[in-house]
Design a protein around this ligand. Sequence first.
Ligand SMILES: [Zn+2]
Length: 309
Amino acid sequence: MNYIVFDLEWNQSPNGKQYSDPDMPFEIIEIGAVRLNDDFEVTDTFHRLIRPEVYHWIHNSIRDVIHVNYRDLMKGVPFPQAVREFLDWCDYEYIFCTWGNQDVMELQRNMKYYGMLHLLPAPVIYSNVQSLYGLEFEGEESCRSLEHAIDFLHIDKEIEFHRALNDALFTAEVLKHIPFATIYNHPTLDVYQHPQSKKEEIHLDFPSFTKYLSREFVSREKTLKDREVTSTRCPICGKNARRTVRWFTPNNRVYYSVSRCVDHGEVGATLRIRKSEDDLFFADKTIWNATEEDVQEIRARREAMKAKK
Ligand SMILES: [Zn+2]
C-alpha cells in the first residue's frame, strides 16, 4: 500500500466572486505530492504547475499567499495532462492523504469540469491528516493549521509553507507521527460524488464505524422522513437497534441519536444533511458501537439543547 500525500494550490476569479465560474470557483494551478511506502518512507515526489484556462490573472490574495506569478504558470501544463500524469504516478493500491477535506473535493470538481471524473470513481476514501492529528494529539477532530502541527511536533521548517510540494512534504512529516491504528481506524469518505439513485446508495463498513450516503432529496424535511436515512442498525450485527435517544439536533447541522442492540449494547449515530451543488439534499450518516462516555455526551448535548429552549 502506498500513501499518496498531496496538496493543491488554486486560484479564484481575480475580479471578485460575481465573475466566478460556478462550475470552477477554484482553479487548481499546482499539484504537489509525496509517495510513502508501508514503512512511511518517502519513495518519490511529484510536482506540476498548471497553465490556467479559466482565470487569466492571479487573485491578489492568492499571489500573496503562494508566491506564484502568472508568468510562471504559463510555463505549466494543462490541467487534464497534469491529472493524468499524477494518477499514473500514484500507481496502484494507494490511499490519498491530505491536510483537511478541501483538496480531495477540489481535485474532483476540477476533474468534473474537464469531464475526467470517471478516472477517480466513487467512493473516494482518504486519510484527512488534519483530523487524524486532532484525534491523536488533542483528543478530538480539531482543525489546526499545518504550521501549528509542524510547530507542535518540532518538525524542521526550513522550507517555506504554501507551495504545493512543500505542504505535501510537511503533511507527510505529520502523518509519520500518527500511529498506524489511528490512520487505519479513521478513514474519511469523501461526499463530492454522492449517490444519485436508491441503487447507488453507499453503505460502507469501516473497522470502527459504518457509513451511509443517501440519494438526493428535494428538501431537508423529505430527507429526514426517509426510513433508511433515520434507521439505526447495529454496526456489528446489522440488526435494527431500538432507539433510546431519538434523533435531535442542537444546531441544525448535526443530528444525534442513541440506540441499543440487544446483543451488542449501545449504538451511537450522527447524521448530517448535506447540500449538493444543485441545491438538493442528501444524508451522510455514521453509526458506531458507542461507549458509555459517548452515550453520556450525546445525552448531555440533548439536555443542553432543552435547557436553551
Ligand atoms: Zn448487534
